[in-house]
Design a protein around this ligand. Structure first.
Ligand code: 5RP
Length: 220
């Protein structure tokens, strides 16, 4: 099974969590794209979806699923999204696709966060994947200095602007021993919009696709 087959398999496995007649939250990325494709089969049962990015919104509309403003949606029953890394507590690094802020908002507004990923995303310790931090453009240099003081090596994601009009610093070399504390510490820096650590709102279920099929993890 190659990586795309694994992504497709977990995406299809997530369909069992979709509640007929209810709005759902939909994330961003290549694994989620497989999920949106699979959702097409259920579209007559789904009144609409709240999306975490313009890219996912366009894909949802293309298969005939209405995109709903979160402000009009109330609490969502489920949120389905991918991840760049997960540890066994289902704390995540997200934001490889640059949609971390809206992903965090939709995850926070959902009862159950179903994370879908291939096996390569499960790690012992978070931080090999550079940690994305969304920053207001005028704060870029200040936040970069503060991240260096925390031991990281921030690199501006060149030529990239988020859906919110901001920039991303990808931070290498962080030793993330306490994701819960680091999420707050970076998140409190002036000019940071959000940090791609999902430790305070981790996933509830992690579906992992690999050579032996799909396995389901809940937080250790
Ligand atoms: C986007 C994300 C994605 O969920 C993450 O980058 C995983 O993407 P993929 O499914 O393409 O591996 O956080 O901001």
């Amino acid at each position: 099974m190659d990586q795309n087959q694994a992504k497709r398999a977990v995406a299809e496995a997530a369909l069992k969590y979709v509640q007929p007649g209810e709005l759902l939250g939909v994330g961003t990325g290549s694994t989620v794209n497989f999920f949106i494709d699979a959702l097409a089969a259920l579209k007559n049962d789904i009144p609409g979806a709240v999306s975490s990015s313009e890219a996912s919104s366009a894909r949802l509309r293309a298969i005939g699923i209405p995109v709903v403003d979160l402000n009009n949606a109330g609490t969502l029953s489920i949120y389905v999204d991918g991840a760049d890394e997960s540890n066994s507590h289902l704390q995540l690094i997200k934001g490889g696709g640059g949609a971390l802020t809206r992903e965090k908002i939709v995850a926070a507004a959902s009862k159950k966060f179903i994370c879908i990923a291939d096996e390569s995303k499960l790690v012992q310790q978070l931080g090999t994947f550079p940690l994305p931090v969304e920053v207001i453009p005028m704060a870029r240099a200040y936040v970069a200095r503060a991240l260096v003081a925390l031991g990281g090596q921030p690199v501006l994601r060149e030529g990239f602007t988020t859906d919110n009009g901001n920039v991303i610093l990808d931070v290498r070399n962080l030793t993330i021993l306490d994701a819960f504390a680091l999420e707050a510490e970076i998140g409190l820096l002036a000019g940071v919009v959000s940090v791609g650590l999902f430790a305070r709102r981790p996933a509830d279920v992690l579906l992992l696709g690999g050579p032996n099929g799909v396995r389901e993890l809940t937080a250790a």
